[in-house]
Design a protein around this ligand. Sequence first.
Ligand SMILES: *Cc1c(COP(=O)(O)O)cnc(C)c1O
Length: 234
Amino acid sequence: MDAEAVEASRTALAARLAGITERIGDAARAVGRSPEELTLIVVTKFHPASLVTDLAALGVRDVGENRHQEAQDKAAELADLDLRWHFIGQLQTKKARQAARYAHAIHSIDRERLVDALSGIDRTVDAFLQVNLTDDPSRGGAAPDELDRLAERVLETPSLRLRGVMAVAPLPEEEEAARAFERLRRYSERVQALAPDATAISAGMTHDFAEAIAAGATHLRIGSAITGNRPVAG
Ligand SMILES: *Cc1c(COP(=O)(O)O)cnc(C)c1O
């Protein structure tokens, strides 16, 4: 890209970020919530590190990635930027300790073996329990009836700070998302019965963040509406 094209793409990025921030505020106020309660995580997967730099210049502090190798490389390259890296993808047990070196939070804690792999690391990582809201095990996330045990396991692990629950809505249709996020709210209450401080709910993407906010989401993971379309997976 020449200098003019770079400038134009930065301007467009700033406009999309401002637009989404405004829509988040509207969605929060529409259900009597304050936008201050919400953390916006901008999902930058598949995009180059330069996009993350541009986002940081616009004031973004929380970024989300779903592939370990890519996240690790970007976090190393951008170590000066004072960003909080949120790992949001399925995480292999054998990569867990490496991810814990750069990740401020892991949103995809979905099995006890992963918790075990994260015990004994020498820093504290925020942990979200990912719940599968579908019947398809390949979608990632713990089955709802495994949640209590998983929460207890995380609570026994000093290197993990249990923040709450996370989910991806099963279908993009609005009503489906709204119903799924209401279920997620009930799972969150169950986890809070065991861990009163674990009040966070990580939910809401480009097409369903308003429904997620209505159902109590505290951490929104929004990608393409802000970054533009993702480059094809490399
Ligand atoms: C990619 C991704 C997002 C962001 O998706 P968009 O539709 O681009 O906003 C959020 N959460 C997870 C787990 C993702 O993998």
